[in-house]
Design a binder for this molecule. Structure first.
Ligand SMILES: Nc1ncnc2c1ncn2[C@@H]1O[C@H](COP(=O)(O)OP(=O)(O)OP(=O)(O)O)[C@@H](O)[C@H]1O
Ligand SMILES: [Mg+2]
Length: 121
């Protein structure tokens, strides 16, 4: 987060109002914990993905890449065996499922629709 704060100080346009300009959005997250059945799948993560840059998440199978993406896209749900905590911001606005739908799209790792099906309007 220190690096991100340093970048913010240098470059004020990052603070652009999200509703007025959705082309420059920085995603930041801190203290993200995702626990399944007592196991920390995401263990207190901080990070950022700045606008205009490609950010790659790398790690071995089972490292938690998909879980992190699910967390960042507000797709994780609290259940009786899961706990989620931490904060995720789009610029300076707390990210919600509704806001995510307005500013981003998420292509999942696995297709959930059959490729032979066609959409009907
Ligand atoms: N619904 C779940 N129930 C129990 N454990 C889970 C569940 N989802 C993820 N995990 C566990 O969380 C860890 C991270 O899984 P995740 O799918 O996020 O990893 P990944 O880095 O995306 O792996 P891959 O490269 O194989 O896609 C793994 O140990 C996995 O077994
Ligand atoms: Mg994955």
């Amino acid at each position: 987060m220190d690096t991100y704060n340093a970048i913010l100080k240098k470059d004020e346009p990052h603070k652009i109002n999200i509703t007025k300009n959705i082309s420059r959005i920085d995603l930041t997250w801190s203290s993200v914990i995702y626990q399944i059945k007592g196991k920390n799948v995401l263990d207190n993560l901080d990070g950022y993905a700045l606008h205009g840059q490609v950010t790659a998440i790398m790690g071995s199978s089972g490292a938690g890449k998909t879980s992190l993406l699910n967390a960042l896209s507000c797709r994780l749900e609290k259940g009786w065996q899961t706990k989620i905590s931490g904060s995720i911001f789009a610029n300076d606005i707390k990210l919600t499922n509704e806001l995510f739908g307005k500013i981003a799209a998420y292509v999942m790792q696995q297709d959930i629709l059959m490729e032979t099906l066609t959409p009907r309007g």
